[in-house]
Design a protein around this ligand. Structure first.
Ligand code: NAP
Length: 322
């Protein structure tokens, strides 16, 4: 049943009240959908308009997920989780939620010309790539500057490229890029990596990877595409220039919390604040899970398994909310 709801500027269709709406289609959102669906709450999950599945869709092999002794492709893993949720009755909308009103009861979500009403909402919009913050990094984005080795690595065949960062992402990207590039220089601002030992050792043993310690990128140079980087030694302060045709930025993530900024409590970095290690936000019936939670942010320790676990918690929490 759909009835008309009049707004001054446009007409919205207001839906019936649903038990659970999930916003976001990464591991946390899909897992929440499995649990809510198994509780027969018929969750509807908004996957986004362009891509679904979250950051794992761009990952190569996931080696450390329990139960897959030979690893599993990130894309396949997400497809499996989605299929599992579908089997129990979860439904999916390939559309963006553009605004939310969590002050009203039931909660209201706007998607195109529809207002969707929900008793409970699970926010699982994840995180996005962190940028260095240089004006030329943005200008040359897609012209040599990239945040995704699996998406763009192919374009750098036999070239000398740079990866910036010192965590698992940077090391993983650098290692993957050696499939294409003739040389990959891993630029890190400190003198040791944050990445896990096994991944770091793999990078150190790779003859195509050169480590550039105590160095930060201070500018990206090139008129139409990346030609060189301006670098600064963080110990001596010395500034230098070095030729590269590509720059992959892998310096962590920032929460994608814009949709709910004025609605739920966030910490100063923009992560959604929840009660203890629960998934409860400051609003009753509104939950958050995955990479946007503040309890995972301080350690940078969010992992696929942590996202799945918080998705599970959010899915379970719904049961006590209805
Ligand atoms: P991360 O662990 O937070 O590392 C970010 C790195 O970028 C750090 O080395 C940091 O330097 C550096 N950095 C941050 N801001 C910077 C800036 N403005 N300029 C230059 N460098 C900057 O992030 P991540 O590597 O994306 O990993 C996130 C989480 O996902 C981690 O828990 C990681 O273990 C996990 N992950 C796991 C895998 C895997 O197991 N296959 C793969 C990818 C990611 P400092 O070290 O100086 O702080």
């Amino acid at each position: 049943r759909v009835r008309q709801h009049h707004q001054p500027a446009r007409t919205y269709h207001v839906t019936d009240v649903r038990n659970v709406i999930i916003i976001g289609s990464g591991p946390a959102g899909y897992t929440a959908a499995i649990y809510a669906a198994r509780a027969q709450l018929s969750p509807l999950l908004f996957e986004g308009a362009v891509t679904a599945g979250g950051a794992l869709m761009n990952t190569t092999e996931v080696e450390n997920f329990p139960g897959f002794p030979h690893g599993i492709d990130g894309f396949q893993l997400m497809q499996n989780v989605r299929e599992q949720a579908t089997r129990f009755g979860a439904r999916f909308a390939q559309a963006m939620v553009t605004s939310v009103d969590f002050e009203s009861h039931p909660r209201r979500l706007v998607c195109g010309d529809q207002v969707i009403l929900a008793r409970s909402v699970i926010i699982a919009t994840g995180s996005g790539y962190r940028e260095i913050g240089l004006p030329n990094e943005k200008r040359l984005s897609g012209r040599g500057v990239s945040w995704c080795a699996t998406c763009d690595g192919f374009f750098f065949r036999d070239q000398t490229i740079a990866v910036v960062g010192g965590g698992d992402s940077a090391v993983e990207e650098a290692t993957f890029l050696t499939k294409f590039a003739s040389k990959v220089v891993l630029i890190h601002r400190r003198d040791s990596l944050r990445a896990s030992k096994i991944m770091a050792e793999r990078a150190f043993a790779n003859p195509k990877i050169e480590m550039l310690w105590n160095t930060e990128v201070t500018d990206v140079l090139g008129a139409e595409k990346v030609e060189a980087l301006e670098l600064r030694n963080t110990v001596t302060g010395e500034v230098s220039k070095r030729d590269f045709t590509g720059l992959f930025v892998a310096i962590g993530h920032i929460p994608r919390s814009e949709l709910v900024t004025s609605q739920v409590t966030l910490n100063e970095e923009g992560y959604v604040s929840v009660e203890g290690r629960s998934t409860r936000t400051n609003l009753k019936g509104v939950f958050a899970c995955g990479e946007m939670l503040d309890w995972e942010a301080p350690t940078g320790g969010y992992l696929l398994t942590a996202s799945l676990a918080s998705g599970w918690r959010a899915g379970q929490s719904i049961l006590t909310n209805l």
